[in-house]
Design a protein around this ligand. Structure first.
Ligand code: DC
Length: 223
């Protein structure tokens, strides 16, 4: 059976995961967060102190995988569920650096292709429309200004009682944007046939509605 693949790319903090999750639930697709794979690779590399030149070989034995439990994605290293462990600022920074290494991207490429071949997916990442699923039925580039993304992240952390200075969050976002867009292998960029969705002035509900509208328009369905 031919599956329907929807690619959503964009910078960190644009709201991709929340918006893609909402749209996937509405449309009955599986939501795939590919950043989790890069974060799991970063965790594996950090925990095992693997030097850059040995990463390719080491990853072949890492057994990083995604499992969908009641439609919700969990990420595993072997039998160990690392879905929560990968969500630290340290792993964000390591993942941004190690995701630029071609051997890391090559290792995770097949995992992503296989999931998309077997399921109707909304897959979010940085190079889904450009490299992983160039034939995707719908491609969306979701973005927002760096200031707005920092503001959202600040509010999210403040609600959890964690209050790093706004300026630190903003400079982190700017640094990650730079790393993600300037790497040689599969840099973050809008695919030529992707629809641009700027969420700077939209809340999450409105962003999800906009995404669903684009998907319905492109796939010719309505809901
Ligand atoms: O979306 P995220 O912040 O969880 O992603 C973590 C890092 O992984 C990010 O710095 C960029 C990288 N990444 C990537 O290079 N390609 C993807 N398809 C997804 C994430």
């Amino acid at each position: 059976m031919k599956t329907i693949n929807i690619a959503i790319d964009g910078p960190a903090g644009a709201g991709k995961s929340t918006v893609a999750k909402m749209a996937a639930a509405k449309l009955g697709y599986i939501y795939v967060d590919t950043g989790a794979l890069y974060r799991a690779a970063a965790l594996f590399i950090t925990e095992n102190n693997i030097p850059d030149e040995k990463i390719g070989t080491a990853l072949k034995n890492s057994d990083i995988s995604l499992k969908f439990i009641d439609g919700v994605q969990r990420v595993f290293i072997g039998n160990r569920d690392v879905s929560e462990l990968i969500r630290t600022p340290e792993i964000s920074m390591v993942a941004s650096r190690t995701s630029a290494i071609p051997a890391v991207r090559a290792y995770l490429f097949e995992t992503q292709k296989k999931i998309a071949a077997e399921n109707n997916v909304i897959m979010d990442g940085r190079d889904i429309g450009t490299v992983v699923l160039p034939e995707a039925e719908v491609k969306i580039f979701l973005t927002a200004s760096a200031e707005k993304r920092a503001e959202r992240r600040y509010k999210e952390l403040a609600e959890k009682g964690d209050c790093p200075p706004y300026e630190d969050i903003l400079s982190d976002i700017i640094r990650r944007d730079y790393q993600d867009t300037h790497r040689d292998t599969a840099p973050l960029r809008q695919a030529e046939d992707a629809v641009l969705a700027d969420t700077t002035n939209l809340d999450l509900e409105q962003s999800a509605e906009e995404i669903i509208r684009i998907i319905n328009e492109k796939t010719g369905s309505e809901s």
